[in-house]
Ligand binder design. Structure first.
Ligand code: B1M
Length: 211
């Protein structure tokens, strides 16, 4: 079995410590961080998602896999940073109110930090007003909202309205993303930018910060 397959299977079993060790081993063997992410960690979470949907596994197993995923991504984090010219800019990011999913949001944050952006992480279950007050207080150029539940994606529209009410809409851009979010949804709520994945989100944030 290849080391990538081993990471993928160990993550599905929720063995966080072992995933951490295997990811480090893969890096030591010269496997690229991006490859570990796209060919081992993300496919493992996809399998977990499918099994969860089909009631083959339940919340405790998903939580263990999520913990293993977060530990694995922490190991590759320093290696995701790109060499060369670093972008300048400040953004805030969070998972919207009512939503506790943070794996995707954490990946987006890591990729953005890798590009040199300063990222204020508001965590999960973030109310619309908190995104806006953070952007005002810290002079952020972009508010980044993540949502994984169809029941919470409408909070993103509240963020847009709260930014308008606070009078910052002309100087702060709003980026949205997460599994149920689409370009069409982004346009329908009046947000500025949709990104489908973490790498795309980081590129888009850099472009938005450049103005
Ligand atoms: Co939840 N969950 N979950 N869950 N969970 C989903 C999302 C679900 C699709 C599973 C399913 O049924 N197939 C389903 C939602 C259905 C729906 O809304 N229609 C679901 C459900 C129903 C629930 C609960 C309601 C279950 C329950 O309690 N009965 C509950 C809700 C809790 C809450 O939030 N209030 C719940 C709980 C949980 C756990 C706590 C057990 C755990 C989360 C742990 C954690 O995050 N720390 C969990 C998990 C892990 C999942 C799945 C299996 C995996 C999500 C994940 O991390 N994917 C998920 C199934 C799935 O997605 N297939 C599921 C990997 C991650 C890297 O991908 O987050 O999509 P993702 O991020 C991507 C892109 O979307 C994008 O970049 C990332 C990387 O490229 N992206 C952005 C994300 N944010 C972005 C922001 C951007 C741009 C791009 O710009 C700002």
């Amino acid at each position: 079995m290849s080391i990538l397959q081993e990471i993928c299977e160990t993550l599905q079993k929720g063995r966080a410590k072992q995933v951490k060790e295997l990811v480090q081993k893969a890096l030591d063997e010269g496997v690229a961080a991006q490859e570990i992410l796209t060919d081992a960690l993300l496919p493992a979470m996809n399998v977990i998602g499918e099994k969860f949907k089909n009631n083959e596994i339940f919340v405790p197993e998903v939580l263990m896999a999520a913990r293993a995923m977060n530990m694995g991504t922490e190991v590759i984090k320093p290696h995701l940073a790109e060499s060369g010219v670093q972008a300048a800019g400040k953004v805030c990011i969070g998972t919207v109110q009512g939503d506790l999913h943070d794996i995707g949001k954490n990946l987006v944050r890591m990729m953005m930090e890798g590009k040199g952006l300063e990222v204020i992480d508001l965590g999960t279950d973030v109310p619309a007003e908190k995104f806006v007050s953070c952007a005002v207080e810290n002079d952020c150029q972009v508010i980044c909202c993540s949502a994984l539940l169809t029941t919470t994606m409408d909070v993103m529209a509240e963020v847009v309205r709260a930014a308008e009410a606070a009078g910052i809409r002309d100087r702060v851009k709003i980026m949205v993303g997460g599994a149920p979010i689409t370009e069409e949804f982004c346009r329908s709520i009046g947000a500025d930018c949709y990104a489908a994945d973490a790498a795309g989100a980081a590129d888009a944030a850099v472009a938005l910060c450049k103005g």
